[in-house]
Design a protein around this ligand. Structure first.
Ligand code: KIV
Ligand code: NA
Length: 268
């Protein structure tokens, strides 16, 4: 799957995207036939024990993107660029984004967007680094904007539409829309040719994205716009408790787990 294939799916068939943060996640997601895998900076709160995405580093995303890419055969792998790894100065932004393709075999990068990423998107695209734009709620800006629904009044809705069009014009191959009113998700989708991928942006986007931890039921909480389709956390808890109980009861390891015996009788 290449950026061009995703772009061509817009308006044809619903596009599916999920996060993955390591090889086993990615193997499951890819085998299920999901179109795009996002190595999200949501790894900060979901997998690395941070309280937000802000502490996530380029090295964190590089190592996990490399793990995901090693086992992904079909999906497009998107590396999520962490806070302040882009947008400060152009040369450093290009270097950090380029490392995701050169060192971690990503197929594209995702940028939380604003006025400051329009020209960067143009430059990266010219250089052969496909860009997925991200507008609406952009969690890296939480200290400025809070973690609230965006685009709820006319002025901020208009700003999102304008930035969406600017990033499309600059060459972005798709656009993530996070936590905006459903009618704004529809309006942006109608105005753009490139696919919109919604998370809390209503049913009219060209595709949907969620974090895999919520979908499989690994995280303790699910966002109001997310949904658990399984209970991996409950199953993991049960298995770990059963293991502990079996060791404590002397039931594990049993004979069938212990069938190798060295010939030590002469020595001891
Ligand atoms: O980091 C992430 O998981 C994301 C998605 C929620 C779009 O940016
Ligand atoms: Na993110």
């Amino acid at each position: 799957m290449r950026a061009k294939d995703i772009r061509e799916k817009a308006g044809e068939e619903p596009i599916t995207m999920l996060t993955a943060y390591n090889a086993p996640d990615a193997a499951v997601v890819d085998e299920a036939g999901i179109d795009m895998i996002l190595v999200g900076d949501s790894m900060g709160n979901l997998r690395l024990g941070h309280e937000s995405t802000l502490p996530v580093t380029v090295e964190d995303v590089l190592s996990r993107t490399a793990a995901v890419s090693r086992v992904t055969e079909n999906a497009l792998v998107v590396a999520d660029m962490p806070f302040l790894s882009f947008g400060v100065d152009e040369a450093t932004s290009i270097e950090n984004c380029g490392r995701m393709l050169k060192e971690a075999d990503a197929d594209a990068v995702k940028l939380e967007c604003g006025e400051h990423t329009v020209e960067l998107t143009r430059r990266l695209t010219q250089l052969g680094i496909p860009v997925q734009a991200h507008l609406g709620l952009t969690p890296q800006g939480e200290n400025e904007t809070g973690l609230f629904r965006q685009g709820t009044d006319e002025e901020s809705a208009r700003a999102i539409v304008d930035l969406a069009e600017a990033h499309e014009e600059a060459g972005a191959f798709s656009l993530v829309l996070e936590h905006i009113p459903a009618n704004l998700g529809r309006i942006v989708t109608e105005r753009l040719d490139i696919p919109t991928i919604g998370i809390g942006a209503g049913p009219d986007c060209d595709g949907q994205v969620l974090v895999v931890d919520e979908v499989v039921g690994l995280s303790e909480r699910v966002a109001p716009f997310g949904k658990a389709f399984g209970d991996v956390r409950g199953e993991m808890q049960r298995a770990v408790e059963d293991y502990k109980a079996a060791v404590e009861a002397g039931e594990f390891p049993a004979d069938e787990h212990s069938h190798t015996q060295a010939e030590l009788d002469d020595i001891y």
